[in-house]
Design a protein. Structure first.
Length: 242
């Protein structure tokens, strides 16, 4: 009797809320079935071992086109925005030590770093796919390919921010009115908006392209918007040019 009464109250509240309570119930059910807490631990484990290869890939690849010191400063800035302050100094010190000890990175070395860096992204893609119980899992080669594609997308956005940094730094030397006339504050706002937009685009691609099922674009959009705003707030609104 009591359970029937509770069920009726729930169904009424769900109808009033536009079936939003069912969304929360399904999310909680999927969270339990896929063991999301254990999945977060496995993602953290793989990301730790993929972090340094990824940072070395960004610095090594960026140094082919821009000044290596500028690339290093930009990478450390991204680390500061993404990593808790308690781990920042340790990561930067070890990264600096590795860069001081290494020699020039060739094509084979870069490919090896890419292979090692893709591990964390493969684990991330696998667990994102688990959110849809009907989704099929990728095989080994498909998983590795999606990991490398995610690195390529991240690297492309990283290089775009480097180019924007360079334009801001040289704005007084460029003989174009639209670049040289705008004050630094306007460029800083534009840079912050662009950085947030890049983060939003990354999350949107994760939610829209990574799952092997057809995800509604509207759902991917709102998920990416929520995640990117949370990331921006978590960073302390520090998306500023180097």
């Amino acid at each position: 009797m009591i359970s029937n009464r509770v069920r009726q109250l729930y169904q009424r509240a769900d109808r009033v809320s536009g079936n939003r309570l069912d969304i929360l119930k399904d999310a909680l059910r999927t969270f339990i079935i896929t063991r999301a807490s254990q999945a977060s631990a496995s993602i953290a484990y793989y990301v730790i071992f993929s972090l340094f290869p990824l940072l070395l890939v960004l610095i090594s690849a960026g140094s082919f086109f821009l000044d290596s010191e500028q690339v290093y400063l930009k990478v450390t800035q991204l680390i500061q925005q993404a990593i808790p302050a308690s781990s920042y100094d340790w990561i930067v010190q070890n990264l600096h030590h590795v860069l001081m000890q290494r020699g020039p990175v060739g094509i084979i070395g870069l490919a090896t770093l890419l292979w090692a860096a893709s591990g964390g992204f493969i684990c991330l893609a696998y667990n994102i796919n688990l959110a849809w119980l009907e989704a099929r899992q990728r095989n080994f080669f498909q998983g590795r390919l999606i990991g490398l594609q995610m690195i390529a997308a991240l690297s492309g956005l990283f290089f775009m921010t480097l180019i924007l940094d360079t334009i801001i730094g040289l704005r007084h030397l460029v003989n174009l009115p639209i670049i040289s006339v705008l004050p630094l504050q306007i460029w800083t706002w534009f840079y912050g908006f662009f950085s947030w937009g890049a983060i939003f685009l990354l999350f949107f691609m994760l939610y829209d392209l990574v799952p092997t099922v057809n995800v509604p674009r509207r759902a991917a959009f709102w998920g990416a918007l929520t995640a990117s705003v949370a990331w921006y707030v978590r960073s302390g609104f520090r998306l500023q040019p180097v």
